[in-house]
Write a protein that binds this ligand. Structure first.
Ligand code: 5MM
Length: 339
């Protein structure tokens, strides 16, 4: 019975896109710091209120990922963010990892923590209204890394997290992010991502996770930020689809991409290019679960100033609409002038 519900929730999450507004306090403060916004609980609450109360957001966004702080927060009139989201037709979710920490014995690599006490935390989050969860593992490409030890430690934790989520009636978003930091080529990104996916799906199988009740949140296949050979959007879209056809089982409910630090319009155009009409039908649907690519234009306008709220919401809504069009292969750059 639970699995039927999970498949239903995963299907509903894939009908539009996901807004990853799950910045931890540290990450949110870092973003505020860059823009000179005060790093206080009240400013974080104000910012999130602006996001969740954006008019008609539910026409482009089907799920929003909250954090432990924001799932407990309320709008200025006392309505919980969860309630606002549900009223807008947006499914609330929750980031449950306790972030990536230096991995002992593996210089330069990280392992994501947060399994201790997770069963109890998931029970609480479900009672607060969350219907899906998210856990992010970070894999860095560099000299001699990633190592097999780091990949396996991370994919094993992702699989144990996913099993606990399904037990609790929450759809696990499984996020193995291969970072775009570095000088590596697109081919290197493809081979590392394929290795990570193979390890991940092996671990998910070993932990008896039902793939129809998960959502994969991967990186696109990109050259490193500092690679001397950069490529066009079409090449990125093709490399991503080819890699995924080789490494992601058809049973997976859906794939929702992270943006990973790509410029907003690039992330949109590349998602759109994956939906090219000349491509044979894919086994899974593809959407977005962007954070920076969807929020950056908006937060830069807000700057912590209440006079900018309307323009901030307009910018957020605009990116959400463009990304939702890209999810269907209907985005074109002319949409950028219809703000
Ligand atoms: C909002 O950022 C998320 C949480 O990060 P921290 O735990 O470090 O605060 C992050 O997991 C995010 O959901 C994904 O990385 C996707 O975000 P981008 O910016 O890559 O689209």
């Amino acid at each position: 019975m639970i699995i039927k519900e999970l498949i239903g929730t995963a299907g509903a999450m894939m009908t539009k896109g996901l807004l990853a507004m799950d910045e931890s306090i540290a990450t949110c403060n870092k973003r505020f710091d860059e823009l000179g916004i005060p790093q206080t609980e009240e400013y974080r609450r104000n910012y999130r209120e602006i996001l969740v109360s954006t008019l008609d957001l539910g026409s482009c966004i089907s799920g929003a990922i909250l954090s432990d702080e924001s799932i407990r927060q309320h709008t200025s009139d006392g309505t919980s963010f969860v309630e606002i989201l549900v009223k807008s037709g947006i499914i609330p979710g929750i980031k449950v990892d306790k972030s990536a920490k230096d991995m002992a014995g593996f210089p330069g690599e990280k392992v994501t923590e947060g399994l201790d006490g997770l069963r109890e935390r998931l029970r609480e989050y479900h009672s607060l209204g969350a219907r899906f969860a998210k856990w992010r593992a970070v894999i860095k490409i560099g000299d001699g890394i990633p190592t097999r030890g780091c990949i396996e430690a991370n994919t094993s934790a992702l699989a144990r997290y996913a099993a606990l989520c399904q037990e609790a009636g929450l759809v696990p978003i499984v996020e193995p992010e291969v970072l775009m930091d570095g000088t590596h080529t697109i081919e290197k990104c493809a081979s590392v991502t394929e290795t990570v996916h193979r390890s991940l799906f092996h671990q998910l199988y070993e932990q008896r996770v039902n793939l129809q009740g998960i959502i994969l949140k991967p990186n696109m296949i990109l050259p490193g930020k500092d690679c001397t050979v950069q490529v066009d959007d079409e090449t990125i879209a093709n490399a991503t689809i080819d890699c995924f056809l080789r490494s992601v089982p058809a049973a997976v409910s859906g794939i929702a991409f992270l943006s990973g630090g790509q410029p907003s319009l690039k992330a949109t155009a590349r998602l759109n290019a994956m939906h090219s009409k000349s491509r044979p039908p894919l086994p899974w649907s593809l959407t977005f679960s962007f954070s920076r690519a969807i929020e950056y234009p908006a937060i830069k306008i807000w700057h912590g100033n209440k006079d900018n709220i309307e323009a901030t919401q307009k910018a957020l809504y605009h990116r959400a609409c463009c990304d939702n069009a890209a999810r269907r292969g209907e985005y074109n750059v002319a949409m950028e002038s219809n703000k």
